[in-house]
Write a protein that binds this ligand. Structure first.
Ligand SMILES: Cc1cc2nc3c(=O)[nH]c(=O)nc-3n(C[C@H](O)[C@H](O)[C@H](O)COP(=O)(O)O)c2cc1C
Length: 188
């Protein structure tokens, strides 16, 4: 199973998030670091039903029979988890939010099972301003999420790009992804 797990929360196959994920994946692969991109939109991920079965059993499983079952072992085994996501309606996409809610099942007998992982995020938005775009809300959500996980590294990079492919013109964000990839390889 891959050491680096990149979770793509965009439905666009050739969108900006997909380009950034591919770049990151290539940086890892070039250095022989195992890496895998998970495209949430290709998976069936239901909303959390709040039945609390996972909390009662503490067995790090969800009673729902959907694709989260194949994701849990990958998340538990990964050394680094990178959440990559477009901004939709001033926060993370619906695909990403459903995924995040379902992490509830990882409250095990010894606490939250993703504790002490290395975590990072990449956000992309149509507006040029991180406040007006709502990226700020997603940044806050993910900062809280990473703190809750006692993540060792909490880097969140973000930038503007609207139409699919536009991100290659955002030199700063493309460079930030490169730096993030190298940092994650070197330090973690
Ligand atoms: C349903 C929807 C909602 C969006 N909401 C926002 C928003 O609130 N703020 C913003 O700056 N951009 C918004 N956008 C623009 C996307 O964030 C932007 O197009 C981004 O590049 C999409 O990334 P992707 O190509 O990886 O899917 C929205 C786009 C869609 C389709």
């Amino acid at each position: 199973m891959a050491q680096m797990l990149i979770i793509n929360g965009s439905p666009r196959i050739k969108g900006n998030t997909a380009i950034l994920c591919k770049n990151l994946d290539e940086i890892f692969k070039k250095e022989d670091v195992e890496s895998e991109i998970i495209v949430l939109n290709k998976l069936k991920i239901n909303p959390c039903r709040a039945c609390d079965s996972c909390i009662r059993t503490g067995d790090l499983k969800c009673v729902q029979k959907d694709d989260m079952n194949s994701l849990f072992p990958k998340l538990l085994n990964a050394r680094v988890i990178i959440l990559a996501c477009p901004i939709y309606w001033f926060t993370v996409s619906g695909q990403m939010k459903l995924f995040l809610d379902r992490l509830y099942a990882l409250h095990g007998k010894e606490g939250f099972a993703l504790k002490n992982k290395t975590m990072a995020a990449i956000l992309v938005y149509g507006d040029v301003d991180e406040m007006k775009s709502g990226a700020i809300n997603a940044i806050r959500t993910l900062q809280d999420c990473f703190s809750y996980c006692s993540a060792k590294y909490k880097k969140i990079i973000h930038g503007s790009a609207n139409n699919p492919g536009d991100v290659i013109k955002n030199i700063k964000l493309m460079e930030d992804v490169k730096k993030l990839g190298k940092d994650l390889i070197e330090k973690y």
